[in-house]
Design a protein around this ligand. Sequence first.
Ligand code: SAH
Ligand code: SF4
Ligand code: F3S
Length: 372
Amino acid sequence: MKYFIVTYGCQMNVHESEKIAGILEKLGYECGQSREEADIIVFNTCAIREGAEDRVLGNVGALKRLKKKNKNLIIAVCGCMTQKSKTAEYLLSTFPFIDIVIGTFNIPKLGDYIEAVKKGRQLELWEEGDIDEVLPYKRTSGENAWVNIMQGCNNFCTYCIVPYVKGREKSRQEENILAEVRAILSEGKYKKITLLGQNVNSYGKDLVPQVSFAKLLHDICKIEGDFVVSFMTSHPKDLTDDVIDAVANEEKIEKYIHLPAQSGNNRILRLMNRKYTREDYIKIIDKIKAKIPNCRLTSDFIVGFPTETEEEFEDTMSLVRYVHYDNIFAFMYSPREGTVASKMDGQVDDKVKHERVNKLLALEKELQKEVK
Ligand code: SAH
Ligand code: SF4
Ligand code: F3S
């Protein structure tokens, strides 16, 4: 019996798929090379932008012919997109050949749902789940091992769906993370540990007693072995000096920080609920540059946020010019149902969003040609 997993979205979701693969292998499935030869196909979805959801719908729709050929094929859809009950119900009613629709918190029970499919279609969306379950991961990222340190997000940036589909921040116990890192390293084939969380800088604030992200970094670096530590994603409002110092001083930590700015304009940052100003952001960048020479820096930007004017967009351009990133990811604002920004007046035309994203990416291309 073979499985095939199709993954959309962020690194955390890629890691989530490693968990799904681990569960399926425990059930006796082997990794298949294509949809055609699979006995079970799992779509692990993303809801961050409309485009991500459209791709899922198109690709799930295309499975109809496979199901026709193989009546026993099991098709499961899970992840951030299905955590929204409206979307989950839409999927089930539009695609009668889907067997299982589950949300982000139901994955540990995937085996039970597969068993139950024999009795009929499965739809279940839990509201929230625990983080510390010890599941077998099937690691798929070569010499790099992803390690989840927390789940969820408390920030409610006004454009973002993540807090609604991933729940509130929950940190794993530090000793469980350290034990996982030790176990990974003892296998001998991993050279890099990448710590994952939507906002790694707020790691440990919900633990009793609290543990800081900087302490976690130092404790991981104390583990013996020849390996590199990396992490993502950092939120500028929580990137504290002790974390910057850890990156600067710990040899094992990669000199790289992904620090999404989203916009270079203070009015837009306020509307986005990012809780820092352009000046705060620049201060952090200057500190990083001073303390960590040659630190690689990357960022995410959203263009065409509701009411963004041409001048306000120019502030994003000038911030990109000032920081001179190693790379940026630029996204056109995509309204997500249920978020605050989707209900704001002054939604920006698609044409304008396209122009701005192209302008920003062209600037980035120019900057990459220049010596830093
Ligand atoms: N937790 C991370 C980002 C997770 S989502 C952080 O706070 O930085 C990854 C990126 O997708 C975000 O940084 C943002 O730039 C983009 N994004 C999120 N919601 C979006 C939306 N509704 N439209 C366009 N881009 C969005
Ligand atoms: Fe979304 Fe903001 Fe949380 Fe990042 S910090 S996941 S952008 S709400
Ligand atoms: Fe990641 Fe997309 Fe979910 S970016 S957290 S998979 S909405």
